[in-house]
Write a protein that binds this ligand. Sequence first.
Ligand code: ZN
Ligand code: ZN
Length: 305
Amino acid sequence: MLPYATIEEAEAAVGRGLTLAETLWFRYSASKSDYFLYCHNVLFLFLVFNLVPIPLAFAELTRSLGLDQYKIQPKVRLSLAEMRKCYKDVNRVFFLVVGPLQLVSYPSIKIIGIRTGLPLPSRWEILSQLVVYFLVEDYTNYWIHRFLHSKWGYEKIHSVHHEFTAPVGYTAPYAHWAEVLILGIPSFLGPALAPGHMVTFWLWIALRQIEAIETHSGYDLPWSPTKYIPFYGGAEYHDYHHYVGGQSQSNFASVFTYCDFIYGTDKGYQYHKKVLGKLKGMNGGTGTGLNRGKYDCPSDEVKSD
Ligand SMILES: [Zn+2]
Ligand SMILES: [Zn+2]
């Protein structure tokens, strides 16, 4: 809730006229409680979880939209029943864990110092904070993910996320409820280190989930804008982690590739690509096409790490 009754009062407090965005923010948020504004995240997450993967699910089920040539593991296709089960499980965890976690985590937002008032943050402030949030979350997530690949962590928790060896968009949040809880912590670390505006926080939570859906899309789309982000892993990188499965000791990072490079956990992936590159070269470059996946060996199955 903003401490100004009118736009004139807000402009006097800010010391200048409000921008269009600030005027819209004032009209929308002035009479709403900070808690209510924070709870918008539940709606945004619900919309992202449910709507963003729809084109990917449609392409997967109908083999349409001209995306087949970019499918990373084309031999593995989810049926409608499998897709429906995944969707139902994701929504069950959303209503039982993700939503309630958002509702009760409000005190942490107040402690962190997320603000709702005016002025709104500049584009540069939003962008720089989002970069910090992604870097902090990625680094923390990397180590939690490695822990989840210990014998205990995998058997008790993480094996659920690995049920899908060829992920599709809806499998991004498909995980044991405990994993959803644990991986929620890194999402708050960045905002705790560099607290910003509620609008930035909304953007962060939504963008992180959209990024996870793209990473689990199952398609390596050459025109994806994320191709221009330095050290960005993307779908092809994370798909390999699912392809190898429970024994995987490679490609733990959720967003960027630098942690795997620094700590030597991309060796299996690099070796696999090198071997396949050589074999495909010997076979006249038949390593791509509708029936051959990114990781399929031309003559025999090669799985390393
Ligand atoms: Zn894993
Ligand atoms: Zn995954």
